[in-house]
Write a protein that binds this ligand. Structure first.
Ligand SMILES: [Zn+2]
Ligand SMILES: [Zn+2]
Ligand SMILES: [Zn+2]
Length: 325
């Protein structure tokens, strides 16, 4: 009761943010917990989006508001040099670093927590890897994180797994997980040491070329050989997707360790992140301009599709079991 310490909440967010209900719910919960007269919502006073909404909601909830407008006229940022100033339509100039400078100062002043309401970046000229959050708010949340301020993000970001290594190595076609595929050509099942072997072998209808690929100990060598075989007709158009799909179905089952790894990714977004410029099956992160647009990520998408199938059939199994019980 006698505790009158203020509770400071740093609010950051996108200018495009519109979800009043979410913001109201989280701000109201804070005010209920700490008492309206003790809570201060600090924001950057943008006239649109999250700042404007937070300002209005804070007042409705009876809490304190601390506005921290950026000073666009004065260059005060650590990286400010006069030539970097930009010109407005009316000929006057402003400091493009002022927003960031203000955000850094808001973080520096400390807060008990930070609420980040971040929409995807909507800047038409942005060349960054999409999707990513709007820049100013993303950077503010990152600085707050770094300063040890607890950051809550809304909407809660979907987790992303974009490295098929470590605990997720099984998702990689190079993982040392044998897969058994029925070969129409040879009328028998063939077990390949990795998915990569199976995929490369599927490129050709030449049984001898397939046997050579099968005999390669390393998946990377299987891949090189696969680049030299006589391609079967229709490979690029449709067969390669069917082949990949068949391999994924064979590899990821309810009973297989790989299947359990896939199911363990829950609802994470899967991206086959790579650095070898494969923007078809995955998404290259080499940093070059050519690879900046998002990759088609066909492998990641097929894995998520397979995961959905396994999840659905798990559900069916348990329903059936219930009926029989
Ligand atoms: Zn400046
Ligand atoms: Zn952007
Ligand atoms: Zn690349």
């Amino acid at each position: 009761m006698g505790d009158r310490k203020p509770y400071v909440v740093l609010v950051t967010g996108s200018r495009t943010f519109k979800d009043w209900r979410t913001m109201r719910d989280v701000m109201a919960a804070i005010v209920t917990e700490h008492g309206p007269d003790r809570v201060t919502f600090r924001h950057g006073r943008c006239s649109r989006g999250a700042d404007m909404m937070a300002d209005r909601l804070a007042r409705q909830l009876g809490a304190h508001v601390e506005q921290r407008p950026a000073d666009w006229d004065v260059c005060a940022g650590p990286n400010c040099t006069p030539p970097h100033r930009k010109q407005r339509g009316d000929g006057s100039t402003y400091c493009p670093g002022a927003g960031l400078h203000r955000d850094a100062a808001m973080v520096d002043d400390g807060a008990h927590e930070c609420l980040a309401f971040i929409d995807p970046c909507a800047e038409p000229r942005c060349r960054g890897k999409k999707p990513h959050g709007s820049h100013g708010a993303t950077e503010t949340a990152r600085m707050a994180d770094e300063a040890g301020i607890h950051v809550r993000r809304f909407p809660e970001p979907q987790p992303v797994i974009d490295r098929f290594a470590g605990p997720y190595e099984a998702l990689s076609n190079f993982a040392r997980i044998p897969v058994t595929i029925y070969s129409q050509l040879e009328q028998r099942e063939i077990t390949y040491p990795t998915s990569e072997h199976a995929f490369q072998a599927a490129k050709t209808l030449d049984v001898n070329e397939r046997a050579k690929i099968l005999a390669e100990p390393e998946p990377k060598d299987a891949k090189i050989l696969g680049g030299q075989v006589t391609r079967r007709p229709g490979w690029d158009e449709v067969i390669r997707y069917k082949a990949m799909r068949a391999i994924i179905v064979a590899k990821f089952t309810h009973d297989s360790p790989a299947g359990r790894v896939l199911l363990g990714t829950a609802d994470a977004f899967l991206i086959e992140g790579n650095r070898w410029h494969d923007n078809h099956w995955g998404d290259c992160r080499c940093g070059r301009a050519r690879c900046a647009p998002p990759g088609a990520n066909w492998l990641g998408r097929m894995l998520m599709e397979r995961r959905a199938e396994l999840t659905t059939s798990l559900h069916h199994h348990s329903q059936k079991d219930d009926r029989h019980a």
